[in-house]
Design a protein around this ligand. Structure first.
Ligand code: DQA
Length: 148
């Protein structure tokens, strides 16, 4: 099983950006947490971050035929990007949307998620542990899909 983790703009600034909202863990801490979890559970993973919408679309497309599942935090592009939604629909790979903060309790403009309709689950407000929950969900989801 191979899972791709994709992070959108400003998530490389974790630990520095608005720590009252996103916490003090750095992006490197997040990557280690994911890598350690995947190694201990015998899951292949690759982790990608970009500040550019088109690069995120390219990364999603590159998962076709390679990844069994995607965990994505599109960050600000969550609230604006039809292109990222279309890319997830195009590849048809089970995808979980993750947000570190609880977007449901934040500004009105964060209440819209374009990608959500193409995702099998959304996890918000669980900090960086949300990424691990997303991977755990995908493992079970993919096992069940294989049994069907
Ligand atoms: C975020 C929430 C978004 O609204 C914001 O633009 C981000 C991070 C989160 O992880 O909580 O950059 O996706």
């Amino acid at each position: 099983m191979h899972i791709t983790i994709i992070n959108g703009p400003n998530l490389n600034m974790l630990g520095i950006r608005e720590p009252n909202i996103y916490g003090r863990e750095t992006y490197a801490d997040l990557c280690s947490k994911i890598t350690n979890y995947c190694q201990s559970n015998n899951i292949g993973c690759d982790i990608y971050q970009s500040n550019h919408e088109g690069d995120l679309v390219d990364k999603i497309q590159s998962c076709y035929g390679k990844s069994d599942g995607i965990v994505i935090n599109p960050a600000a592009y969550t609230h604006t990007s039809v292109a990222i939604l279309d890319a997830v629909k195009a590849v048809g790979i089970p995808t979980v949307e993750v947000h570190i903060s609880d977007v449901s309790r934040r500004e009105d403009f964060r209440q819209v998620s374009y990608i959500r309709q193409a995702c099998c689950k959304t996890i918000t407000g669980h900090g960086t542990d949300g990424y691990i929950e997303a991977i755990e969900f995908l493992i079970e989801f993919l096992k069940e899909s294989l049994c069907r």
